[in-house]
Design a protein around this ligand. Sequence first.
Ligand SMILES: Cc1cc2nc3c(=O)[nH]c(=O)nc-3n(C[C@H](O)[C@H](O)[C@H](O)COP(=O)(O)OP(=O)(O)OC[C@H]3O[C@@H](n4cnc5c(N)ncnc54)[C@H](O)[C@@H]3O)c2cc1C
Length: 419
Amino acid sequence: MDSDRHIAVIGAGIVGLSCALWLQRKGFDVSLIDPADPGSGASSGNACTIADYACVPVNSPDIFKSLPKLLFSPDSPLSLRPGYALRHPLWMLDFLLNCRKKKVERSIRLLARLLAQTWDGLDPLLDQADARDLLEQRGCLYLYRTEAQFTAAQAGNARRRRHGVEYREVDGGEIRELEPNLKPEFARGLLFESASHVLNPLTLCQRYFDRFQRDGGTFVRARARAVWHGVDSVEVELDAGEPGDAPRVAARRVVVAAGAFSKRIEGVPMQLLPLDTERGYHVQYDGLQHLVSRPVSYNEAGFYATPMNEGLRFAGTVEFAGLDAPPNPRRLEFLARRAGELLDLPAKPDREWLGFRPTLPDALPVIGFSTVSEYILYAFGHQHVGLTLAGITGKLIAELANRETPSLDVKPFSPARFL
Ligand SMILES: Cc1cc2nc3c(=O)[nH]c(=O)nc-3n(C[C@H](O)[C@H](O)[C@H](O)COP(=O)(O)OP(=O)(O)OC[C@H]3O[C@@H](n4cnc5c(N)ncnc54)[C@H](O)[C@@H]3O)c2cc1C
């Protein structure tokens, strides 16, 4: 192995895998480190949408009006575990500060810029991993039950349009034609006609991983406990043996791509970065994918119904409760109940799942060099759009590691913005 071209990637979710494949395309020898099966974290259970239209984040100036109802109504797509905000007041405050109009406009502009490059990052990987059969282009439909809900969403939708996102407004009659199995009457909808989704995000990760191994990549099944950097190289300390005496992976550079768990890795000065998690859930009904023709977003309930190759998945909602709290049965009950409002479903779902979106208060990912060493790169914090942005993130990381001018200005995504 050419030690100058050896790079370690921590985390084998969709972001780490995409970085690994792009680094291999640039001729790097890659060691991928993860204690779990590749793709088995947030990347497996998401709503499967390639949401290149999703430049409007959860952060919104309207949140100040709607927050009490959003947080405390049992019928809300957003929930906050009692005590969590009190233990993490700075993150919550930072999030609220990033809901001010000017800040939101900035996040939308930067997210839109990144999302516009989605396919430049994703297309080559789909070919490389022979995974095009996992992609469906059938559009995506946003639903509003009342005219009032539609009017309330107009400001956000206008912002999408200003940033080049194309969609068509549809009325109740057209919604019935597009999705005849939906039970409620919807007043209005938005159809993102060119949108795509993945038939199974876990299978996509597995295809990436197979390609990675076939191209000579090394998989190290272990937790990275710490990253230590020297003058011109790094060492990743693994979670085995005594600290200080644990096995290490030596490499020229390291990419930290451990999603919401990135902050737990010691050595890299991550502690000052306000990385937290927006927990999300899914319930799934095997074999019922024929009930909808495309991903359908039930906006007032905060989830998508997505037809996959193995069933119909209802995925979404946001819960602030950190990485360690057990799954909240009330959130799963909410999801199943509201899914049953949308379509005729069996009383109980076949699968239930909790996952951890990695989120920074400004809704932007961290992509770039660590502030302490040009041998440490960060790639995490993709919140609701990590499946969509993984490819372009991998491309940018590979360009930075290869000392090229990145195809997009990554300065706004630098960790330095928080320091
Ligand atoms: C309900 C829900 C719906 C979503 N819907 C969509 C959608 O429709 N479209 C979209 O684009 N995005 C969606 N997302 C967001 C998307 O799933 C995430 O942004 C994305 O999966 C994050 O990928 P990741 O690789 O950063 O993290 P993960 O997939 O969580 O991977 C992180 C990996 O790091 C490993 N790891 C952790 N700690 C260590 C360590 N110390 N050492 C080594 N490895 C470590 C973990 O085992 C894991 O394998 C959704 C998310 C949720 C929860």
